[in-house]
Design a protein around this ligand. Structure first.
Ligand code: CAA
Length: 378
């Protein structure tokens, strides 16, 4: 069996703010944002979208008549859920017309939630190869206007189906995981903006990456050069580069160039969207698949997931023959290119309005033509 990611889809809303505009408005050198942080654009979330609608919009791209009836596990990884009790996965089940006999629930561990979902889904499909799982990472990343974290905001969703005969990425049997009780980033229940000890969170991320990748390579008797590329959780794209630089000295100059070039492919989309929290790692994977010219079926990809608080996990995947999809790439570029560029005051207004309605009062319209969902307050 090749249990792994069979389909992958992405959604982000129709608005963004340009990082040069934001830098100018904040009296910062634009190169700090463009190079020092590694972001060019940032998704801005209107109050017609939340975690559930974005998750559903991404999932529409991976659910069709060929797999709808096979989905018997639905996992939403998020740290910006819309209810403290009811899982967003139940809304997804209903919106997508999935089986009422599916197990549906939500997972929270900061940006790690979707990885927890993928690992559970992998075990599930291993036991039940005729069934499939839907795993979605969806979030709205908010720190607040004029905070140090502002340049690392964003939002969107990545949806994946996990199947026995995966066409994109076979998941490794093993992982290396590491967790510790760390206060680097958190969000108390009464807040829509995260609290963060930014530089400390960078340090912990790097420490967890080094620990888990080395543990994985040692335990599985592998070398770094057995991997063709690495993908990282990208809260902002420079963060992945900081991780990569931790291990570059272990490689020859040629291999360093190769890993750096694959890293550039893995951050094309993330640079334009910003942080998706749970979805960021999988947007980076998608970016690598779509934008690398050097990868082939059979290549192994190293995958580093990090969720503040903190949990890290390193695992690998083997590319399957169907990993390239020009239609999918075209669609993602359309989503990104058709967005409206907001002025900084327009972004600030939209930011202040989200979420305007009480979350429990939201409902969704317009599912028929698979167009973007809209909210209606009841
Ligand atoms: N040209 C080029 N580079 C420049 C520059 C210029 N003109 N001016 C500054 N820089 C560089 C700096 O040298 C620095 O680079 P290094 O990180 O390589 O040292 C970089 O730009 C950032 O500058 P500062 O460190 O001065 O920036 P800051 O103090 O304003 O904060 C931050 C940066 C800590 C990332 C902040 O934006 C933040 O708190 N973000 C949220 C927290 C976060 O994303 N943490 C990541 C790990 S936690 C996680 O991954 C979970 C999650 O999703 C949140």
């Amino acid at each position: 069996m090749n249990v792994g990611i069979d389909k992958i889809g992405f959604f982000t809303p129709n608005y963004y703010v340009d990082m040069v505009d934001l830098a100018n408005a904040r009296n910062e050198n634009p190169n700090k944002y463009l190079i020092g942080i590694g972001q060019t654009e940032q998704a801005v979330i209107p109050n017609t979208q939340d975690t559930v609608t974005m998750a559903a919009n991404a999932a529409l791209q991976v659910i069709d008549d060929s797999n709808r009836d096979k989905i018997s596990l639905i996992i939403l990884g998020t740290e910006t859920g819309i209810d403290n009790s009811k899982s967003g996965a139940i809304y997804l089940q209903n919106l997508l017309g999935l089986s009422r006999h599916a197990r549906a629930f939500e997972i929270k561990q900061a940006c790690y939630g979707a990885t927890a979902g993928i690992q559970m889904a992998k075990e599930f499909v291993n036991l039940h190869p005729n069934q499939q799982a839907l795993v979605v990472g969806a979030d709205v990343a908010r720190y607040g206007v004029r905070t140090a974290g502002e340049v690392t905001q964003g939002g969107g969703a990545v949806a994946m189906t996990i199947a026995a005969d995966s066409t994109i990425l076979k998941l490794s049997k093993n992982s290396s995981v590491y967790s510790d009780d760390i206060m680097d980033f958190w969000r108390p229940l009464n807040r829509t903006e995260a609290l963060v000890d930014g530089h400390y969170s960078n340090d912990i991320y790097q420490q967890f990456f080094v620990k888990t990748i080395h543990d994985y390579l040692q335990t599985n008797d592998m070398n770094l050069t057995d991997l063709s590329a690495l993908v990282f959780h990208l809260p902002y794209t420079k963060m992945g580069l900081k991780g990569l630089r931790e291990i570059l000295p272990e490689l020859s100059e040629t291999d360093q160039k190769h890993f750096l070039s694959e890293f550039e492919a893995s951050r094309v989309y993330n640079k334009r969207v910003g942080n998706l929290y749970t979805g960021s790692l999988y947007l980076s994977l998608l970016s690598l698949l779509d934008n690398s010219d050097d990868l082939h079926a059979g290549d192994q990809i190293g995958i580093f997931s990090y969720g503040s608080g903190a949990q890290g996990e390193f695992y690998t995947g083997t590319l399957q023959p169907g990993f390239k999809n020009s239609q999918r790439k075209k669609q993602i570029n359309e989503i990104l290119n058709q967005r409206t560029r907001l002025t900084v005051p327009e972004y600030e207004t939209m930011f202040a309005q989200w979420p305007k309605l009480d979350a429990g009062d939201y409902h969704l319209d317009d599912l028929k033509d698979h167009s973007q969902f809209t909210f209606t307050g009841v």
